[in-house]
Design a protein around this ligand. Structure first.
Ligand code: OGA
Ligand code: MN
Length: 280
């Protein structure tokens, strides 16, 4: 008998302002029939959890492609192994330490990654949850006076700034290496083609152009504190086989601390961006 495909999306909301759990079977997800509805729910909820879906790498790639394409991962392969262990990620383990602080993936790219997807392969015995925060629903709830004050602000993002979170006393060689990765000037408030707005924040947000350092820090960290507060944030406690996808343009995320040598292993794929941070 042919496998029955239920072409309706079945899900439950996690919190009113962030997150949904999708309950369809693996076959239903891979059929591609739900892709439009999944992308619409992703835009609305920011984060989607597929509990114990147990994707193989091939299935994760197929699911990523069914949702609109798989960007080449930094490793050059389609599936990137997220681990802080240098024996697994010789070149990028250091940069990945920045993932322990609220961030957006790839703010240096003119066209941001649309969404990132992680599947849990091996858990850390302690810690290693992933936190998510919705920068679109939190933006909506800002007082009008704040919205007016930040409407036209522009922020310099840099990879090198984010590295100071975990390596506060780097060598000159490290600083030169980090700085060689470039900087990007981005709007603080991004207006998407859909008309929705979200805030571009996180550990790469270095300073607000034209503000003195004290004011600049108050703006960027005050907004980060608000955007990551209870109503807009969700902590995912992993079970092996869970897959989570987040809208990278309207979310901040971070891993909670864990032992880099615990064996924790997540497999990541990314969806190509479809719109620049700002239209020219
Ligand atoms: C990432 C990331 C968080 C985690 O893969 O981009 O930030 O929990 N991961 O490993
Ligand atoms: Mn990340």
């Amino acid at each position: 008998m042919a496998t029955q495909i239920d072409s309706r999306l079945r899900f439950e909301q996690i919190k009113p302002k962030i997150g949904a759990r999708v309950l369809n079977s693996k076959q239903e997800l891979l059929s591609g029939e739900l892709s439009e509805d999944i992308l619409a729910l992703l835009e609305k909820s920011g984060v989607l959890v597929f509990p114990r879906i147990d994707f193989t790498d091939e299935e994760q790639v197929a699911f990523t492609n069914a949702l609109g394409g798989n960007a080449r991962e930094i490793s050059g392969n389609e599936v990137f192994k997220v681990s802080l262990d240098e024996s697994i990620n010789a070149k990028v383990a250091e940069y990945l330490k920045g993932s322990l602080y609220w961030h957006i993936d790839g703010t240096m790219n003119p066209v941001p990654i649309r969404a990132s997807m992680l599947t849990a392969k091996v858990l850390a015995p302690e810690g290693g949850d992933t936190d998510f925060a919705n920068t679109a629903t939190s933006y909506v709830d800002l007082p009008q006076e704040t919205k007016d004050r930040i409407a036209d602000l522009r922020v310099v993002h840099s990879l090198w700034r984010s590295q100071f979170y975990h390596t506060p006393e780097p060598t000159m060689e490290q600083i030169e290496d980090w700085q060689s990765k470039g900087e990007a000037e981005l709007p603080l408030v991004c207006t998407h083609r859909s008309g929705r707005k979200s805030m571009v924040l996180g550990n790469t947000a270095h300073y607000v152009i034209g503000k003195d350092p004290k004011e600049s820090y108050r703006i960027l960290h005050g907004l980060r504190e608000f955007a990551t507060s209870e109503p807009y944030s969700y902590r995912h406690k992993w079970t092996v086989g869970d897959t989570v996808i987040w809208d990278n343009r309207t979310s901040l995320h971070r891993a909670t601390p864990y032992d880099p040598y615990s064996g924790r292993m997540m497999h990541r794929t990314i969806l190509d961006g479809t719109e620049a941070w700002e239209e020219q």
